[in-house]
Write a protein that binds this ligand. Sequence first.
Ligand code: NDP
Ligand code: MG
Length: 338
Amino acid sequence: MIYQGVYRTPSLWCRLHSTYVRKMRYLFKLKEDDGICRQAQNSGTFYLFHNLSPFVKKVGSKYLAPQISVAEMKSILGKFKQNEQMIEDSVLIGCSDECMAYFALDLGSLEKSVIESELRGSFTELRKAFFQLDGKDAPLLSSAQALLRWHDTHQYCSKTGQPTQKNLAGSKRVCHTNGIIYYPQMSPVVITLVSDGSRCLLARQASFPKGMYSALAGFCDVGETLEETVRREVAEEVGLEVESLWYSASQHWPFPNSSLMIACHALVQPQPTKISVNKLELEAAGWFSLEEIMEALRREPNPLKQEDGSFSLFLPPKWAIAHQLIQEWVKLQASSPA
Ligand SMILES: NC(=O)C1=CN([C@@H]2O[C@H](COP(=O)(O)OP(=O)(O)OC[C@H]3O[C@@H](n4cnc5c(N)ncnc54)[C@H](OP(=O)(O)O)[C@@H]3O)[C@@H](O)[C@H]2O)C=CC1
Ligand SMILES: [Mg+2]
């Protein structure tokens, strides 16, 4: 109970703990207590969406995701003669070092062009803006979109058919008829950079931009371990058997819905390494030498047509986890004895 008061005064609470701990404790409290969360909504900032497209401003070739103040939010809602309570539809996506909460709100029910001219920016498809976003904004918008989408598609209890209600922070939905609690979902996906010791294997789907190759990726099946998914996906997609594998890192990924990308390196036997591409999954796959990869890393991540009509190899952008796997592989090659 003593802490109740402290939580209600974020500035005092903030002085008691290290930055990271106080942020995590504050966010936890906001998820647990609707009263505190309501207060935070009245002093926080908002990332706006319109039918899941984030509001961004284009500055040169970059996109910035502006944070909208409560005052601006209220003024927009006033223009549309909307009740200020609409702010409570927002979902919590983080907070600043000073414990100022960030929320995301989808204004899909309001006229898009009016908001765009009022705030001087545009609602842009996340796929289009993603790679030009600032390194801080991209993960925030990506988890915000995933959370907003989940709420949009989980309005009803799949057991009773009755409406579900979100808690203020949006960290869960409850069916009050039978008490079932629903939590936001994420699909685990493994992404694997296969190597034969001197070359790495990259592949492309027909939907990728021309010339872009990436590591092999695949959704985990129910009941599988990560190791099993890696082995199955490599066998399914390129017909090779993994000899050993190790975990590297993970990343939330907003496409196609909400995925947790779990990145691994894998080694296959040096012989035989003949690839048999599964054409239902991939357009092409191939082995690439260290030199080819180094050259591609120096290139901008955009399609580049060559004289013969083909496209130069390019790699996923810097902060896609596939790029990090490739960078790690390059370092590993440089440090391995010839
Ligand atoms: N961050 C990064 O660096 C990278 C991220 N990725 C991401 O990895 C993800 C998975 O890669 P991908 O090769 O497509 O996966 P898969 O090889 O598993 O193939 C995709 C197919 O799997 C089926 N599937 C199974 N479970 C799911 C699920 N939970 N959600 C959606 N589809 C499912 C679908 O088939 P059907 O439609 O027939 O039902 C889908 O078309 C992609 O969304 C991609 O964006 C990929 C490369 C790099
Ligand atoms: Mg795949």
